[in-house]
Design a protein around this ligand. Structure first.
Ligand SMILES: Cc1cc2nc3c(=O)[nH]c(=O)nc-3n(C[C@H](O)[C@H](O)[C@H](O)COP(=O)(O)OP(=O)(O)OC[C@H]3O[C@@H](n4cnc5c(N)ncnc54)[C@H](O)[C@@H]3O)c2cc1C
Length: 492
């Protein structure tokens, strides 16, 4: 069992200093439990729509997993480790001479912390500016109209409310046989704060988080091996793109052991970690010894001590709160959004749901288009996709066209000498409507916005092919890929 967050077992620990926020603050229209991207966005939106709102957060700072131990710190380390990697591996061939280049990990970590603190404080300011109360403590649902809070200051309070939104997020999934100490056997949280660069590292799990953090430490000098149970990396990616992506990471010295099952990871007497693995389909075991193991096999919903049982809120077999399309749980007055419910665990998905849930409460109408939620892996090159991949289009029995365009034929990528990658567009054979877009290449995470907009507006590949793109830009490659797709759709 992971002890990732110190949630008090019961609020009664704090009865000595019991007081009632309901008396002080009156009845709320909405109490949001959890101050991550889903929760704080919902709270701000509700306050802007005139609802008396509180956001309860127990970790001591706002922004949730995303700002504190997720998207933001990882992107800071990805950015700076990329700069180092380019300086180390490419400056000379680019005509830039540097001597004495080295990593100062403590400074890199400080810079990461600065970006986190700046943003978390910014959210606190936004809540205040919009007149939403920020309640520092762990919330527990007493019933549909009441949330008790074990305050971080030792007090206990009760918030009376007309509506509750559960936005308590997720935590790393544990793995039997792998005991986390966040020093040498770490989750993503520990991997964001290692005190020294490990000489060797095993990443268990070839998903987005493992590949991003594996990239960080590989660039900084670790000999990294990704051990993945499946035969391909990047779960959810288009199969062609996954193969190409693996090749680009291999070029950057990341090693892969696919189709391999981890049996255990244990710290040995020398302070290193022995990782026992065997082929997923069975076969001889081997032991790999490394300095650090990163366990990143996915995340699970976080609902510890939230009082769901007592309140009668249903969860599914994966522990996710069950909701309908309006984010209503089975208990009237209680909704749930973000990582704690079904769907991709992404910050922007949580935000969209936060806004929609509040709009449903306020007006009965909301909108989230799950076909148009992009995914991005912030490695270099970046990988980004939205909509259907080819296997999904096939599984749905759709007739489709595929158009591709490589960055090696894009003038801007050539000038940057950064031309690894390609773009693949999938469009409906009859209507030419774009069904999916898959990009590996420099700036893919920004470029995918064009594809998201296209899907949201129901654009065809012809629409994009006929849209003027500035020259020389990377986005011309997107237009070219759409032209290649449209070429297959036209029947003169
Ligand atoms: C290393 C890493 C990198 C990532 N990178 C990206 C990325 O680049 N892009 C992306 O879109 N997503 C990324 N994610 C995923 C993203 O962080 C999550 O999808 C997102 O944070 C989910 O938002 P949320 O509001 O649903 O939950 P969370 O962000 O998990 O927030 C939930 C909050 O609720 C609080 N809470 C829980 N229970 C209680 C309670 N009872 N009372 C009070 N407070 C409570 C928690 O302390 C937490 O702060 C990354 C995740 C990790 C781990």
């Amino acid at each position: 069992m992971l002890a990732l967050r110190k949630v008090p077992a019961t609020t009664s620990t704090f009865t000595a200093a019991r007081r009632s926020m309901a008396t002080a603050a009156g009845q709320y229209d909405l109490v949001v439990i959890g101050g991550g991207p889903g929760g704080y966005v919902a709270a701000i939106k509700a306050a802007q729509l005139g609802m008396k709102t509180a956001c309860v957060e127990g970790r001591g700072s706002l922004g949730g997993t995303c700002l504190n131990v997720g998207c933001i710190p990882s992107k800071s380390l990805l950015h700076n480790s990329h700069l180092y990697h380019v300086a180390h591996e490419e400056f000379t061939k680019r005509g830039i001479e540097v001597t004495g280049l080295k990593v100062n990990l403590a400074t890199m970590m400080k810079q990461k912390e600065k970006s986190v603190t700046g943003l978390t404080k910014g959210i606190e300011f936004l809540l205040k500016k919009n007149k939403a109360d920020y309640i520092k403590g762990w919330g527990k649902i007493v019933n549909a109209g009441e949330v008790s809070v074990a305050g971080l200051d030792g007090t206990t309070s009760t918030l009376k409310t007309k509506n509750i939104i559960i936005a308590t997020g997720s935590e790393p999934s544990p793995f039997p046989g792998v005991e986390i100490d966040e020093k040498v056997i770490v989750t993503s949280t520990g991997a964001l704060s290692l005190e020294k660069i490990p000489e060797s590292m095993i990443v268990i799990g070839g998903g987005v988080i493992g590949l991003e953090l594996g990239s960080v430490w590989t660039r900084l000098g670790s000999k990294t091996t990704v051990v993945e149970y499946a035969d391909a990396i990047g779960a959810g990616m288009d199969a062609d793109m996954a193969k190409l992506f693996q090749k680009t990471l291999q070029k950057q010295h990341m090693n892969f052991k696919l189709g391999t099952k981890v049996i255990s990871a244990k710290k040995n007497a020398a302070g290193k970690v022995d990782v026992v693995v065997e082929p997923s389909k069975g076969g001889p075991r081997e032991t790999l010894t490394v300095d650090v193991v990163l366990l990143s096999i996915g995340r699970r919903p976080f609902t510890q001590n939230l009082g769901l049982d007592k309140a009668g809120v249903k969860v599914d077999n994966k522990g996710r709160v069950v909701t309908d399309h309006e984010f209503k749980t089975n208990v009237p007055g209680i909704r749930a959004i973000g990582d704690v419910i079904a769907g991709p665990m992404l910050a922007h998905k949580s935000e969209e749901e936060g806004i929609a849930a509040v709009e449903y409460i306020k007006s009965g109408h909301g909108h989230v288009n799950y076909n148009a939620i992009p995914s991005v892996i912030y490695t270099h090159p970046e990988v980004a996709w939205v909509g259907l991949n080819e296997a999904e289009a096939k599984a749905k029995g759709l007739q489709y066209n595929v158009g591709t365009f490589p960055f090696s034929a894009n003038s801007r990528a050539k000038t940057m000498d950064d031309a690894d990658g390609t773009i693949k567009i999938i469009s409906d054979k009859k209507t030419d409507k774009i069904l999916g877009a898959h990009i590996i290449g420099p700036g893919a995470g920004e470029m995918i916005a064009e594809a998201v907009l296209a899907i949201e507006y129901g654009a065809s590949s012809e629409d994009i092919a006929r849209t003027c793109h500035a020259h020389p830009t990377l986005s011309e490659a997107f237009k070219e890929a759409c032209m290649a797709t449209y070429d297959k759709a036209i029947h003169f």
